[in-house]
Design a protein around this ligand. Structure first.
Ligand SMILES: [Zn+2]
Length: 430
């Protein structure tokens, strides 16, 4: 594997936001205020927060939650009910308001990077006797099913020896899908808060056992939840934006020519159309229905990408418009650059700024997933990907149409393939 050396951007102001610092201990009045505000924000929503195996459990403990939309934070606050909670938050959550996130005791990190201080901050929170809340999928679930969960969780739990609570939200993706977060739908929300590992078990179970249990307990499927509960989504715009994740036509196999309108998704190449029914099923308007479930179509795309990688045919190159975030107060417009992605080198971003070239490389094993934003509201409302290093984040807007979901799937599949190969190599050495 080739190793490419990074060349930093030649900023006029080279100061960075310092993520390597401990969060403050949340004052109790603030925990109460957050509980109150969450209650008000959720007032008009049909919701239930159910606690399982939680009797007598007092902090410190670690919450691992699935992640679908901002409502996740509010629902978790109802569950923790005025207890002190420190959340792990990505740096773009700090945009223009680092004081606010610092004040509520959030722990800042950059997505999909190796952040050694994060481990120390987590330990600090738990040693103070408080609740640590993290979203290990690290991004909103694109298709309402479990995303990648890192294997480092098992060790993290064993190191800290505190109980683990799984918070699983149901309905949040159906209510606010990542691919159309501006148009909410009426959906009953059901959150369960379950103690899945006791303090005693963190000592007796192996890291692998812990990982297995976490994966089992954090698995979810929004479309199954919809079916099981007979939820009808009657909003006429319910399929708008769906083409952002269902980017490949299962009929003619063309990519990036899908579009959506109202309750329909269609291919601009072959003309085939599907309707997203009120019960969450997909149905071809004419002819065979290739996939009647959104997650099945999405996972088929993943297999297609994986096969492309395995055949050695996967490669991406595009001109991108780059906005970086070395600090929290503003994005720096770096202008046009070239982004390439392939199985050998991972991501390489090459650009020129302030009289000097820069190069940002992320090898396949450095990043197990990719941070994707659909209609990112902070810079300009289009799709982009964020390539982060340990001290900077690069939001790249592709020129090509509708390519960000495929980039994310390719990142995850390349990571899995490389990890497996690296482990096999290790075992051969043993
Ligand atoms: Zn087609």
């Amino acid at each position: 594997m080739e190793h490419i050396k990074n060349i930093d951007v030649n900023y006029k102001n080279n100061k960075r936001y310092k993520t390597a610092k401990y969060p403050i201990r949340q004052p109790l009045y603030l925990a109460g205020l957050i509980r109150l505000l969450s209650g008000i924000l959720l007032m008009n929503k049909k919701k239930k927060v159910e606690k399982i195996n939680m009797e007598g459990l007092k902090p410190p403990y670690m919450i691992l939650s699935n992640h679908m939309s901002f409502i996740d934070f509010e629902l978790t606050a109802l569950g923790t009910n005025m207890k002190r909670v420190n959340n792990v938050v990505n740096i773009d959550g700090y945009y223009r308001r680092p004081w606010l996130l610092t004040w509520i005791g959030a722990i800042c990190t950059r997505k999909f990077t190796t952040d050694m201080h994060l481990v120390k901050s987590i330990r600090k929170v738990l040693q103070r006797g408080d609740i640590l809340c993290m979203y290990p999928e690290a991004r909103y679930s694109p298709a309402g099913i479990t995303s990648y969960l890192p294997d480092s969780l098992g060790m993290l739990v064993k190191m800290n020896k505190v109980p683990v609570v799984a918070v699983v939200h149901r309905g949040n993706h159906l209510h606010t899908p990542a691919w159309n977060f501006n148009n909410k739908r009426k959906v009953p929300l059901h959150t369960t808060m379950t103690q899945i590992i006791t303090a005693e078990e963190t000592k007796t179970l192996s890291a692998d056992d812990i990982n297995r249990r976490i994966k089992e307990e954090l698995s979810y499927d929004e479309y199954k939840y919809q079916k099981d509960n007979g939820i009808l989504i009657t909003e006429p715009y319910r399929a708008e934006g769906l083409h952002k994740i269902l980017y490949k036509c299962p009929c003619c196999k063309t990519e990036s020519k899908m579009a959506s309108e109202g309750a329909e998704i269609f291919c601009r190449e072959c003309g085939k159309r599907w309707t997203l029914l009120e019960n969450g099923d997909l149905k071809a308007n004419e002819g065979v229905t290739e996939f009647c479930r959104v997650p099945d179509w999405f996972e088929w795309e993943r297999y297609e990408v994986r096969a492309e990688v395995e055949r050695g045919e996967y490669s991406f190159v595009d001109k991108v418009d780059v906005h970086s975030m070395p600090r929290c107060w503003n994005f720096e417009a770096l202008g046009e650059a070239t982004l390439t992605h392939n199985a050998n080198e991972g991501f390489v971003l090459r650009g020129h700024y302030n009289g000097k070239d820069y190069l940002i490389a992320r090898a396949p094993l450095q990043t197990n997933s990719l941070h994707v934003e659909y209609n990112f509201p902070h810079i300009k409302p289009f799709d982009c990907v964020d390539i982060s290093t340990e001290n900077d984040s690069f939001y790249c807007y592709p020129t090509k149409e509708n390519v960000v979901t495929k980039l994310a799937l390719a990142t995850e599949e390349i990571y899995k393939i490389k990890l497996k190969a690296a482990r096999e190599k290790c075992m051969r050495k043993d």
